[in-house]
Structure formats: structure tokens, C-alpha cells
Design a protein around this ligand. Structure first.
Ligand SMILES: C[S@@+](CC[C@H](N)C(=O)[O-])C[C@H]1O[C@@H](n2cnc3c(N)ncnc32)[C@H](O)[C@@H]1O
Length: 245
């Protein structure tokens, strides 16, 4: 989860989208899992996991959910899933896909899903770029990327999730008028994202006033990394981009 873990085994997936080799460089496993967590990973995850069609074909996002959904959203790198679970609870008619390869994070969201009997959450426990490649054009209403791993050292920056290629993919899967929401406590990463989004013709930054980027999104439940950043005295930046109609 933390940046700087060069000692970890690399993700072994291949290139999935032209120009994107992979975008997951973090830890897959942290603390030893408790029996209840292992049990949910074995018994509940298979029911919630998004399975991909054969290469070159797309999933049908609304059909992943057992009930009719008004919209489908994607959260990339949900960590412990606090934001995802809160959004799923507040928006029962929205289907939310969460992408997170860190198994302890997946175990946490499974507990939240189980406890609150959430029926509108589906999980992708691999690199989100693999999932993005299997999502049809113009099929999601929102995509969230919240406090992505900062990779602060210059030589590591190419590991950042945000790139011209991943932004193009996010824009491709958004419906016209759909939004991409990004938050970071690393000023340099917010600037990095603004520069790349400005090059992405399909995305427009919606901010008009400073409050639009220095105050949290309306109805925002927050995230664990955000709480850590604020406690450490770092001010988050909130960026929202709209997919051109
Ligand atoms: C710094 S944590 C932030 C977690 C959460 N969003 C929060 O704000 O508390 C970044 C998360 O992104 C996940 N991540 C990194 N690369 C990813 C990728 N390519 N696909 C999906 N998740 C990824 C990491 O495993 C990690 O849990």
C-alpha cells in the first residue's frame, strides 16, 4: 500500500491496453488474515468478484448486479473500502465496482458488505487497468481514484496510476456527462493529474473557484488515507473532471 516497496514481487499480468503495461506496484498482502477474513475471501468473494470475458470482449456492467441499477460507478484502489461501503449504503440504486489488489483491503470491504448486507458492490481484486480494458465505452457514470499511491521519487513517478493512457481509458468508459473524481494530499500528484487531464480532450476540469478543489466533494464520506493526511497536517486537493457530451 505504501509507496517505495521495491522489494515486492512484480505484478505478473501482461499489457492490457496499448501503452499501459501495468499499473499495480504495491503490496498484495499485509497483516496475517483472521479466520473470519479468510472465510469471507473463500466464500463471499467468489460471488462478488467480476469475471472477465475472453480477451477482446467487454463485460456488461449493469448485469453484474442482482437488481436494476440506475448507474454504475467504479472506485479504483479502494484501500480499506470505507468510501466504497459508505457510497454503496447511501446509494442503494447505484451499482459500485471496487478495484483493489491488496487482499487485506478486500477482506475489509467483504466484512462491510456482509455486515450491512450490501447488494450493490462488486469486486475486482487485480490491477484496475485490466478491468478498465474490459469495460465498454460510455458505460459508467462515475469513476473515483482517491489518494492513489504517490510514488514521490522522480524515478518512481512512472508508476503513478494517472497517465495519459489511463486517463484516456477512464474517459472512454465514462458516459457523456459522467465524472471522474480524484483526491490526493500530494500537491505534486494533483498538479501531475491536472497536466495530463488538460491533454485529454474528452475530460474537462469542472472547478470554477478555489473551494471546488480545496473542499471535499458534497456528501463525501472521506477515506482512511485522507484522515491520515489531515492528521499529519497535509491539505487534500479534490479534482472533478466531466466527460464531454
Ligand atoms: C494510498 S492507498 C489509498 C486507499 C484508499 N483510496 C484511501 O484513500 O484510503 C492506494 C491504494 O491503491 C491501490 N492500487 C494501487 N495500484 C492499483 C491498481 N493498479 N489497481 C487497483 N488498485 C491499485 C493500492 O493497493 C492501495 O490500496
Amino acid at each position: 500500500m505504501e509507496a517505495g516497496r521495491d522489494d515486492l514481487p512484480p505484478y505478473d499480468g501482461g499489457a492490457v491496453v496499448e501503452g499501459i503495461d501495468r499499473a499495480f506496484y504495491g503490496r498484495r498482502k499485509g497483516k496475517r488474515l483472521r479466520a473470519g477474513q479468510e472465510h469471507r475471501l473463500a466464500e463471499l468473494l467468489p460471488h462478488l468478484r467480476v469475471s472477465l470475458p475472453v480477451a477482446g470482449e467487454y463485460i456488461d456492467p449493469p448485469s453484474l448486479f442482482p437488481h436494476q441499477t440506475d448507474e454504475v460507478w467504479l472506485e479504483i484502489g479502494f484501500g480499506g473500502g470505507e468510501h466504497l461501503a459508505a457510497q454503496a449504503t447511501q446509494n442503494p440504486n447505484v451499482g459500485i465496482i471496487g478495484a483493489e489488489p491488496f487482499v487485506n483491503g478486500v477482506a475489509k470491504i467483504l466484512r462491510a458488505v456482509d455486515d450491512a448486507e450490501l447488494r450493490n458492490v462488486r469486486i475486482w481484486d487485480e490491477d484496475a487497468t485490466v478491468l478498465l480494458a474490459a469495460i465498454p465505452d460510455a458505460s459508467l457514470t462515475r469513476v473515483y481514484l482517491l489518494y492513489p499511491d504517490p510514488w514521490p521519487k522522480r524515478r518512481q513517478r512512472k508508476r503513478r496510476f494517472v497517465s495519459d493512457e489511463t486517463l484516456a481509458e477512464i474517459a472512454r468508459v465514462l458516459k457523456p456527462g459522467g465524472v471522474f473524481r480524484f483526491a490526493s494530499d500530494i500537491d505534486d500528484y494533483a498538479g501531475w493529474t491536472l497536466v495530463r487531464a488538460a491533454r485529454c480532450e474528452a475530460l474537462t476540469w469542472t472547478a470554477a473557484l478555489a473551494v471546488d478543489w480545496n473542499q471535499a466533494f458534497l456528501g463525501w464520506p472521506g477515506t482512511r488515507y485522507e484522515a491520515k493526511a489531515i492528521a499529519a497536517g497535509r491539505a487534500p486537493t479534490y479534482l472533478e473532471f466531466r466527460r464531454a457530451g
